[in-house]
Design a protein around this ligand. Sequence first.
Ligand SMILES: NC(=O)c1ccc[n+]([C@@H]2O[C@H](COP(=O)([O-])OP(=O)(O)OC[C@H]3O[C@@H](n4cnc5c(N)ncnc54)[C@H](O)[C@@H]3O)[C@@H](O)[C@H]2O)c1
Ligand SMILES: [Zn+2]
Length: 342
Amino acid sequence: MRVLVTGGAGFIGSHVVAELLARGHQPSVLDLAPPEPPGPGVEWTVADIRDPAALARAVRGVDAVCHQAAKVGLGRDFADAPDYVSVNDHGTALLLAAMAGAGVGGLVLAGSMVVYGEGRYDCVRHGRVRPGPRAPGDLAAGRFEPLCPGCGAELTPGLVEEDAPADPRNVYATTKLAQEHLAAAWARSTGGRVISLRYHNVYGDRMPRDTPYAGVASFFRSALERGLPPRVFEDGAQRRDFVHVEDVAAANAVALAGLGEVPAGTLRAYNTGSGEPHTVGEMARALALAFGGPEPVVTGAYRLGDVRHITASSARLRDELDWRPRVAFDEGMARFAKSPLR
Ligand SMILES: NC(=O)c1ccc[n+]([C@@H]2O[C@H](COP(=O)([O-])OP(=O)(O)OC[C@H]3O[C@@H](n4cnc5c(N)ncnc54)[C@H](O)[C@@H]3O)[C@@H](O)[C@H]2O)c1
Ligand SMILES: [Zn+2]
């Protein structure tokens, strides 16, 4: 299969390229960043995803596109919003227009679990409930758990499924949701097929270093490298699903192979997680232990755009695309403690 991987120079994209090569496919790459020695036979376009001429050339002759290029992370402040929308949404619209022009009918999108906002919660009296964003006053007072909007009782967090309503809580999340809507609109209008892989917290080799755009595992790993303890927000009991980048790359490969099963004109979403939820505090401890560095410090600090618990069921991906995560949490963190960052 000839596959254009946008963002193929990035953390996840570079693993997708390697995985496709290993499976005998022909990946090509479009990325703003120049190649770090790519595999033999990989054609590179160093260009902005918002460059229509470069896109038109890059999509010519491919069977499908694997769209990883994006501006990621939470950003510095709201002044970043126009840039997120420009790269992630305008960029996706331009990519889809180029695909429509060239008659490319398949897309695998790097989606995100951030589209759900808070995870799934159940109240003993009210059943499934949807707590809104947490109040700044509660966070400042160290009350981190969202409570039942009906009765104020404590809630039990559970696994989100793909049909849960979307509730993006920050600019990045909004742009990731809009990417899915744009892709679905493209599919309807062209008869194309889309799979959106809603990744959980991806970690592993070549994860970018700590910047306002990086993920939590990178913050902890970068601190340890400097001899500093990982600084854990809130009380450390936030639940996440940390999925290894090699498993995410394999999910992209099976999604590309499975595009033909998606009904023409539609998008199908798949949660992409390890299925093994852990708290952020557990992750910090596992990493510090494997690194042989200082114990994590739980700071009580918080960010307004963060959600408390978000863990999803990846049963659909296992059942329909026969994908299995291979890197378990302990092994993955032990490897990540020694991995090169970018
Ligand atoms: N890392 C995670 O935990 C995670 C979780 C959910 C979703 N995702 C999604 O996965 C995808 C890949 O993320 P990543 O973690 O590998 O990030 P990354 O920053 O390592 O990779 C993104 C790549 O996109 C490229 N890029 C950025 N802006 C561009 C532009 N204007 N034109 C062309 N290329 C551009 C960058 O150069 C980079 O190589 C993104 O779509 C992201 O939203 C990541
Ligand atoms: Zn209740």
